[in-house]
Design a protein around this ligand. Sequence first.
Ligand SMILES: Nc1ncnc2c1ncn2[C@@H]1O[C@H](COP(=O)(O)OP(=O)(O)OP(=O)(O)O)[C@@H](O)[C@H]1O
Length: 476
Amino acid sequence: MDPLQNVPLDSEIGNFTSGGISVEITINHECIQWSFNNSSETEAKLKVKNKCLEWKDVVGVQPLSKNTNHLTESQQKTDTDFNQIKLYYIVKKEDHKWKCDHIIFEGDFSSWISRLKERIRQGKPRNLLVIINPIGGFGKGRQNYEKKVAPLFELADITTDVKVTERAGHTIDILKTYDFSTINGIVSVGGDGLYHEVLNGILPTIQDDNIDYNDTDVTLKSPPVPIGVIPTGTGNGIAGWSCGCIDIETSALHIIRGEHHKSCALSIKVGGKHVAFAGLLFSYGVMSDLIKKSEERRWMKVMRYPVSLLGGFLGRQRSFNADVTYKTLNTNMDEEKKEDNCETDWKTVDLKEFLSVNVFCCDMRVDNGVVKCDRQSDSILLMSYGRIKKLEQMKLWGRIATQNPNFLDFDWLIKNSNVTRFHIKVDESVDCGSSNEKDRALELYVNIDGESIPISERDIDVRFCSQLVPIYSSKF
Ligand SMILES: Nc1ncnc2c1ncn2[C@@H]1O[C@H](COP(=O)(O)OP(=O)(O)OP(=O)(O)O)[C@@H](O)[C@H]1O
């Protein structure tokens, strides 16, 4: 934002000092601005020191007593005898990382302090439910939360109800009975697997009692509060998507800031029955086998993925015969008709023997040489492939993981865009050479959000749900 040039009518201006240098502070309903009056500083130096911040980028304010000790909450109410304030604010770096910085101002703020607090709090969450997975990633979720996130929430005057999970599935049980009217948001401290549990805990809980998930046209309700993700897991794809980078402080500051956007989800049915929602990805075939194998190596912690990847690509790969059909957005319809029926009829993927069928919960495309994941799109990109060289497959997944803009440039990769739902019906009568019992057992698992989920039948239906889940994030 440009420094205040036309001072709005509701502005208040005060003269204070910072580090002994006089500074003019202006506040109005939109922002706070400070400008130093120091004739000895160059214009360039002053430009760095002078700031104009929207209130959402201000984390908190602490009054300091004369001897520079922070005042306690009760002292603040009675004792206005402070001559300094410490203002905490967000600094956005070029690599998408956000940091919390501060500045100390000296002067008489007694008539300003309550207004400063009120303006800083506007639009920000006040009460959060925090769910921590203590075993995700390197097993440091709890420590990272206490060390890096809780102090920031405290600065922002946010109260928390912290729950540390005791077992897989605990999050779903917590959310089943939780009173969401007592909170403004849910914070998932873990990886994509914990976010998956939050999604599968909250979405079924908030739907009407008589909802039929098996009805593919049913309209789902969005969660009443946004979800924030603090990346302390192994994959952390959701946090990366939401905040532009995988960084604990950046994610915490996104939550404090309060801005949220609706992200999409997938509703997955097996044999016509709803089994789960996905928030990041779905895959069946090579990638689901790999996730299943890596689950069995959970004791290796974050090393389980590279070890399984290597093992998977060195070993024999299972293929499956299937009919993969899909519907797309009917992009030819005029706007009025789109409201009623915006999907095409079923189409068939032009392949019989598959190695893998995959989708991400976003529309992936390349824009100006950069991979963009549009999580507010109306449709997704279905990516499938048949038997190919292992090296080629490694290249594909390497490019996706590193967001290489050439990730779609493989001619063997079948890309179906504008997809709104798809169906995989495996032909069990065709033996594609799963070598042993163990390999055959893999056929009854799918990969949902990096978790291995058992399925009872090889008849899978995936429906794309556009803009369903509010997530604390910056502009998409
Ligand atoms: N206390 C717990 N003990 C055992 N398992 C847990 C516990 N809490 C959560 N889980 C399970 O751990 C799984 C993985 O969690 P999470 O995603 O946080 O970590 P991760 O697997 O290391 O990261 P990622 O999913 O990003 O790879 C979740 O699906 C959840 O079921």
